[in-house]
Write a protein that binds this ligand. Structure first.
Ligand code: S3P
Length: 750
């Protein structure tokens, strides 16, 4: 029985590799050798190098246990469970594989680390006359401008990706061994096809190396610029670091991946010459478009690397809120910009003519998803910078086909409103979202759009993704909405901008009217007659200035907090109090809350005020059904108010709550019951009997409003409240934690 090996983590495990033979003990091979030794994940590491000095150095540095000059010297010792890692320059791989073929048994696993996979697969075929099961092509996406055995670094692969490109011939056990080997040194292992790998790497790695080498070479050869390096500062240094990489290795890569590199290089050259013309012709619009798009892509990439981008499902981040019981909220607060208005400012600004300037834009994940979608459709958008955004509108017909699916994260508003806008475009587009959004109904928008002549597909059951075919001839309809939904109304009106004739939407109850107000603000007439809003195509939107008021839906958490916690007195500044959104104020007042609206004014077509709330005891009520659409997003917080009121609160007519970011009736009922509150869900509402709130652990189901509601419940709890899965608070209220702590809620985040 062979000895077990203790890993760094303290877990006793079998080594995943018996012997590792590294052919080519440079940066790549030496680092794997050193890392496997450090992790105790193999029994012996043998190096193979052409030069005796390299062998001696590798042993002296402790990178390998022993080293030999040719694979033939160790081949007789090798058996199943052993791995040969070929880590030589790409064009040397053929010769090495021929040596291996001549002396190594078919049970031994062979893999490589070359940056081009097509040429390696060809080399294997040349050496073996076929693709043997024992060969697993691979490429660690890690490196450094340093080279040679001295550069070996046992941490090189930690948290880096390794791409394996198995073929149908690759043996499952060999593939598994190579996968386990890379995982043992801390890498994340992915698989893709050989062709895909070579195309992706040509663009993301090989092209940047060509450019860096060429730039430094250009400057170095320019005799007039002989002093240039003396003055070269950060930009030059950051941009050209990789021009110090191993020339032979990169020469080989360019030859081995010639076709894909040339395709990427041609694309780049075209782009560069367009930029050259723009600079020559002082075409600021073009320059700004390129620079802004590049900046946003680079910023997005940086966020992805730190797992903060909205293209990462936010649920991947496990964020838990812990609230110590008691306290009160005091102070003057400004919550971030209104989510609904922020979305619409980007959408309408993009299809307007001229530059729209936005202030107070909500820099939350949902509105940023809309912003990114329009950038993907070619719109130049500067910012956001402290809530300021400048949108270079492209006009009603200026949007361009996005390069891939438009990913809108958690945001139902983005998906539904965009569906309407996309229905009128000439190009095809696809809308995708995160796990929560992928469960939300989209037929409510697809059906009326189909009636208008749009060509739309959803997944089974009317769920996302939503695929919109371009070029449909839309015609206006008279649509009577089956549910009270501002998203559906807005979607149909936006499609109406592109539809022949007049489009009219009648709502069963008043819903938020930001789309209508903002269209009017952009100079596009929307008529309102009773419950019907209508517009006629053929007009245009003219850029304007938009000041986004603070979001009453975010202010709600502090309004309820002050209403339930004795000793509280908060003022929420500059909050939008559009009559279609004021349900929370009406309902809290009916329950006995002490709310005053101060300094009422109108900003950019939207009424705003400062809202002061002081603690006063609440009573349970039957919530009037006409208030439901006016407070649709505020119910999770209102349920907490009901739990703190005396007597029973009854909500009916609110079945829409079941299809929000979570089933908000069930999610709130479950959490309240966990905290010891009597809460009984009904098909279209809930009954809550006010009483003491205990402590406990509640689940937000990744729903931002559920997470924030249970956080404020902590103010009246008798024990600690732990709220799970709070990452999505960032979708609507990125500053919630900071404001809650400043106001007096005893909240910690882990
Ligand atoms: C919104 C409308 C509401 C609301 C959502 C934002 C909007 O949805 O819940 O948070 O911006 O139009 P419904 O229209 O589906 O009720």
């Amino acid at each position: 029985m062979e000895p077990r090996v203790k890993r760094e983590s303290g877990v006793i495990s079998e080594p995943c590799v018996n012997r590792l033979v590294v052919v080519g003990i440079g940066l790549i091979g030496g680092s794997l050798a050193a890392a496997l030794k450090q992790a105790g994940a193999c029994r012996e590491v043998i190096g193979v190098a052409r030069r005796p000095q390299t062998c001696a150095d590798a042993v002296a540095l402790g990178v390998v246990d022993r080293a030999v000059l040719s694979i033939a010297e160790v081949a007789p010792e090798l058996a199943a469970g052993d791995v040969i890692f070929v880590a030589v320059p790409t064009l040397t791989v053929t010769a090495i594989l021929q040596q291996i073929q001549a002396c190594v048994a078919p049970e031994v696993t062979i893999t490589d680390g070359a940056s081009v996979k097509g040429s390696v697969i060809d080399a294997v075929r040349t050496a073996y006359g076929c693709l043997p099961a024992q060969f697993v092509a691979g490429h660690p996406i890690a490196g450094s401008e340093r080279s040679g055995v001295e550069a070996s670094n046992p941490d090189l692969y930690k948290a880096h990706r390794v791409i394996l490109t198995p073929t149908p011939e690759t043996g499952a056990s060999h593939l598994q061994r190579v996968r386990a080997m890379w995982q043992a040194v801390g890498a994340e292992v992915l698989t893709m096809s050989v062709a895909e790998h070579d195309e992706v790497l040509a663009a993301t790695s090989h092209l940047p190396h060509v450019i860096a080498y060429s730039l430094v070479d250009t400057l170095a050869n320019d005799s007039e610029n002989e002093n240039i390096f003396r003055y070269a500062a950060g930009g030059f240094r950051d941009f050209t670091r990789i021009a110090s990489s191993d020339p032979v290795m990169w020469h080989d890569i360019m030859r081995a991946n010639k076709h894909s590199v040339l395709a990427a290089l041609d694309l780049f050259s075209d782009n560069l010459s367009r930029l050259r013309s723009a600079i020559a012709g002082e075409d600021s619009e073009h320059m700004l478009r390129v620079f802004t798009r590049a900046k946003s892509a680079r910023d997005h990439f940086s966020k992805m690397l730190t797992k903060q981008a909205y293209s990462q499902p936010m649920q991947d981040q496990q964020i838990t809120y812990t609230v110590q019981p008691g306290g009160s909220v005091v102070g003057v607060l400004r919550v971030p910009g209104d989510k609904s208005i922020s979305h619409r400012s980007i959408m309408l600004g993009s299809i307007a003519e001229g530059v729209t300037e936005v202030e107070g834009f909500l820099e939350g994940e949902d509105a940023l998803a809309t912003l990114q979608a329009f950038r993907d459709m070619g719109v130049v958008i500067e910012g956001p910078d402290h809530g300021r955004v400048r949108i270079h509108g492209v006009g009603l017909h200026g949007l361009q086909k996005p390069p891939g699916p438009l990913y809108v994260g958690n945001s139902g508003t983005s998906m539904r409103l965009l569906a309407g806008l996309l229905a009128g475009q000439k190009f095809d587009a696809e809308l995708t979202g995160d796990e929560s959004l992928s469960k939300r109904p989209m037929n409510r928008v697809a059906n009326p759009l189909r009636e208008m002549g749009a060509n739309i597909e959803t997944a089974e059951g009317g769920l996302p993704p939503v695929k919109v075919r371009g070029g449909a001839e839309l015609h206006g309809i008279d649509y009577v909405m089956p549910m009270a939904s501002a998203q559906v109304k807005s979607c149909v009106l936006l499609a109406g901008l592109y539809a022949e004739g007049t489009t009219r939407v009648t709502e069963p109850a008043t819903t938020r009217d930001h789309t209508e107000r903002m269209l009017n603000g952009f100079g596009y007439k929307v008529d309102r007659v009773g419950a019907a809003a209508s517009l006629t195509s053929g007009g245009k939107l003219t850029a304007t200035k938009i000041e986004v008021p603070a979001d009453i839906s975010s202010a709600t958490f502090f309004m309820v907090a002050a209403a339930i916690a004795p000793g509280s007195d908060v003022t929420l500044n500059h909050v939008g109090i559009n009559p279609t959104r004021e349900g929370v104020i009406n309902i809290l007042r009916l329950m006995g809350a002490d709310i005053s609206l101060q300094n009422p004014r109108e900003v950019g077509g939207e009424p705003v005020a400062d809202i002061r709330v002081r603690y006063a005891p609440l009573q349970g009520i039957r919530i009037p059904e006409d208030q439901v659409p006016l407070a649709i997003d505020e119910f999770p917080a209102l349920f907490v108010a009901a739990a703190c009121a005396s007597g029973k609160t009854i909500l009916t007519g609110a079945e829409e709550l079941r299809v929000k970011e979570s089933d908000r009736i069930q999610a709130m009922a479950d959490g309240l019951v966990t905290l010891g509150v009597q809460a009984k869900p009904t098909p279209d509402g809930i009954e809550i009997v006010g009483g003491p709130i205990g402590g406990g652990e509640v689940e937000s189901h990744g729903d931002h409003r559920i997470a924030m509601s249970f956080t404020i419940a902590g103010l009246r709890a008798t024990d600690t409240v732990v709220v799970k899965n709070c990452a999505n608070v960032g979708t609507s209220f990125p500053t919630f934690v900071k404001l809650a702590q400043a106001a007096g809620i005893k909240l910690t985040v882990n």
